[in-house]
Structure formats: structure tokens, C-alpha cells
Ligand binder design. Structure first.
Ligand code: PXP
Length: 238
């Protein structure tokens, strides 16, 4: 299983003072040096953390792969086509949310998502769809030509009871298996941390996990290099 590190919150901290530090590109390079298999950033429509120039600088500077999280809206699609990340992960976006709160509504947005996927494919950008673990989502993802899915692990991460956690874990496992069976790449992310990652790493169909908040929080205490290494060591144990 691979680890991609989301560096949005490095930009959040930088923007808190309107300064240049900490620099998300510098952080991305440290994460790569410490074992990250890829770097993720989310260019939100409100630009609350990552800015356009970060995406272009990351594209130039990193040597692993760049995964750009984005909403399927014209002005962001335009930037993605220009920046050419290795992967674009399409996510729903609501202005007031603190973070991405749910998966895409594939049924409702099928045709616009299909158009977005085609536009990104034209520039040889692979496309992943961030989905809740529901079978029909996987079927639609395949139908509209997505290359992979990212299973939203938020409900699993936030589950309060053991029973609910297990239920969510089973859903993730089933959807990961189904995704693989029909030929999609399978990623997972949201709310994963140094504890709840353990059952996830046993799901062999998951190719990659995307983790941000927990790693950046840990980095405050032990440094980014150690925080990434620690997570990478857990994931490698599989
Ligand atoms: N995957 C997606 C699609 C996300 O939107 C986010 C949050 O930006 C993550 C993964 C990472 O979530 P977290 O910061 O909780 O690790």
C-alpha cells in the first residue's frame, strides 16, 4: 500500500500570517524524502489554503506524483489542464464546510463528471472519484470512465461505537474488492490517523491512502520527516 501526503494544512499555516513560510513545496520535498509516494493538494474554489501558484510550483518541484484534489468546475478544470498533475481527484465542494464532508453524488452529476473526466483525459491526467462506499457509485465511476476511486473513510474514522466502526470498515472492504474486480484503481482517505489506519492496511485491494491532517498535526510535535516516516512504517508492515 502506498502513502500520499496531503500538504493543504502547511498552506493553512502559511496563510495565517500572509507570509511565505511554511512553504508547502518545501514540506512536500521533506515528505517525499521521508517516504511519501505522492503529494496531494486541494485547490479549493475559495483558495483558503493552496493557491494556484502552489500547484504549479509543486508540479515543477516534486519527483513522485502529484494528486490534485478539485471540484469539477470550469475554472479549476482549466488550471488542472494547464498544471497537468499526474492524478486529479474529483471531490464535491461546499463553501462553508471545514473539510470535504461527503463523497460525490455520482447519480446526480453523472454527465458533468463524465465531461470533466474527458477534459482531463485529453491532457493525460488520470482521474479518481471521491465516493462514499456504495456499490452503485463504483458502477457509475466505471461507466463514466474514471481510472480509480477514492473511498471516503470519514464515516469509519468518526464512528463512535465499535459496531458502527466495524460496519463502516466492512463497507470499505466490500467496495474496495468490488472496485478492483471491475478494473478500477482503489484509493482511500479522510480522517485516517496513526491508530485507525491499522484495519485499513489489511485491505489488500486498497492501493493507496491519502492522509493530511493527522500527519501535519503529528509533525508539530515530532517534525514532518518523523511524522511521515512513522506513517510509512505502519503502512509498510502490511
Ligand atoms: N482525501 C480527500 C478526497 C480529501 O478531501 C481529504 C481532505 O482534504 C483527504 C483525503 C485527507 O483527509 P485528512 O486531512 O483527514 O487526512
Amino acid at each position: 500500500m502506498k502513502l500520499t501526503v496531503n500538504i493543504d494544512h502547511i498552506a493553512t499555516l502559511r496563510n495565517a500570517r500572509g507570509e511565505f513560510e511554511p512553504d508547502p513545496v518545501h514540506a512536500a520535498l521533506i515528505a517525499e524524502k521521508s517516504g511519501a509516494d505522492g503529494i496531494v493538494c486541494h485547490l479549493r474554489e475559495d483558495r483558503r489554503h493552496i493557491k494556484d501558484h502552489d500547484v504549479f510550483k509543486l508540479r515543477e518541484s516534486i519527483s513522485t506524483k502529484l494528486d490534485l484534489e478539485m471540484a469539477a468546475v470550469p475554472n479549476i478544470i482549466k488550471i488542472a489542464r494547464k498544471a497537468k498533475p499526474d492524478l486529479a481527484t474529483l471531490v464535491p465542494e461546499r463553501r462553508k464546510e471545514l473539510t470535504t464532508e461527503g463523497g460525490l453524488d455520482l447519480q446526480k452529476n453523472k454527465s458533468s463528471l463524465k465531461k470533466t473526466i474527458d477534459l482531463l483525459h485529453e491532457k493525460e491526467i488520470l482521474v479518481s472519484l471521491f465516493i462514499d462506499p456504495v456499490k452503485s457509485n463504483v458502477e457509475i465511476a466505471k461507466e463514466i470512465n474514471a481510472d480509480m476511486i477514492e473511498i471516503h473513510t470519514g464515516k469509519y474514522a468518526e464512528a463512535k461505537s465499535k459496531k458502527e466502526k466495524l460496519k463502516q470498515l466492512n463497507l470499505i472492504r466490500d467496495i474496495a474488492k468490488y472496485g478492483k474486480e471491475i478494473g478500477l484503481g482503489v484509493n482511500a482517505g479522510h480522517g485516517l490517523n496513526y491508530i485507525n489506519i491499522f484495519p485499513i492496511i489489511r485491505i489488500k485491494e486498497i492501493d493507496e491512502v491519502s492522509i493530511g491532517y493527522a500527519i501535519i498535526v503529528r509533525a508539530v510535535y515530532i517534525g514532518l520527516e518523523n511524522a511521515v516516516k512513522e506513517m510509512k512504517n505502519i503502512i509498510k508492515r502490511k
